[in-house]
Design a protein around this ligand. Sequence first.
Ligand code: NAD
Length: 431
Amino acid sequence: MAAHLTPFDRAMSFMHASFQRLKLSEREKKLLSTPEHILRHEISFKRDDGKTMKVHGYRVQFNNARGPYKGGIRYHPDADIEEVKALAALMTVKTAVVNIPFGGAKGGIQIDPKKLSASELERLSRAYLRSIADDIGPDIDVPAPDINTNPQIMAWMRDEYETMKHVYAPDLITGKPMSYGGSLGKDKATARGGFFILQQLAKLEGLDLRQARVAVQGFGNAGSEIAMFLHEAGAQIVAVSDSRGGIYSKVGLDPIRIEQYKKKTGSVRGQYCEGSVCDLKKLKMDQTEVISNEDLLMCDCDILIPAALDNVITEKNAKSIKAKIILELANGPVSPEADAILQKRGTIVVPDVLANAGGVTVSYFEWVQGRSGEQWTAEKVDRELRRIILQSFDDVRSEAKRRELSYREAAFDTAILRIVEAMRVRGWISK
Ligand code: NAD
């Protein structure tokens, strides 16, 4: 049944289930399933050989009932309008789950940026920003990095906006470099938020993290950092992977050594590191075997952390998953059908809209710092992140217990009620 579903269909399937549980009116449902604005532009930029290249660029502003639109910009060949719409809808839910004063949006350029030189990447990023400049702003829509975009790209975009509009706008965009309005703690925020949740969940479920065996799919920003936090906390990282495959060791891997090895052997092309965890074949590590990404999902572990792509756990492999806990650090890694199977089997799934919300929470801190001119210490960022993430986890867990829901159902219901309430007090919908 699921094969032809688009990413937007899958995101909406979770939303519609929530609309039904909450008995929303037709108008409420319509407002929550339709993006408020879809910006589509043809982006032209010069290649190094002087030729002009044209690509599709999108910005979807899904809902701003609770505050300015907020969401990252993704550069990827699959970043079509359906994917960008899905991610914008999920951002609307995510900002409401953690109760920060933002709505939801997402941007995307359909391109493989790894084929561009650094100067081509800069021209593309500036051209994209010019295409959306009149529709974003610190009080309107605040972009950020996502897959294949980074602080350098955010700096080019802020610079382009400030030059175009003759303004000083440190609060235009988040995920900037520290030297140009960034926030301490942003680089590790997503992983740290997920780690705070796992610590709390383990305590409540009677699982000793020091005895836990963890598998992480995707050894990028989010995946590698959470592997480090868990390793430091004494957990055993039994498997990690990236786009080229994975490695498994029943005695545990050392993520610090993996990261160092990846950096040492990885070639850097343009803005991207191309080292792979698979290169570890060459590194003699105890009892390490090479496995596929599919094997990683089904390996013997207590905690599984998908931190790469969407839709990797489907009705085809859900029954073979051995982990008792799945922490969705990636966006949309579990399909709706797989979610139903996992729920029936009693697997605890911490959904993306909560599990990876540490990133947008520290983006909010960066925006607050940009508006006020303050610079927070790393300790303050960490303290505030912990407070917000643990409060959100507690809200979701209490709702799940009270109404016998999964964490995903409880997170969606909590968020949607907050958005509906904002729409109601604003007079968009009647009582
Ligand atoms: P990243 O580009 O730094 O890392 C992605 C990792 O996934 C890389 O190791 C890559 O090799 C691997 N990968 C790519 N294709 C794969 C495949 N087919 N199988 C297995 N691994 C594959 O990206 P990131 O920032 O770590 O983001 C990862 C996921 O987390 C995305 O879904 C993203 O939307 C989500 N996320 C990230 C953040 C953040 O702050 N970084 C915040 C919220 C959500």
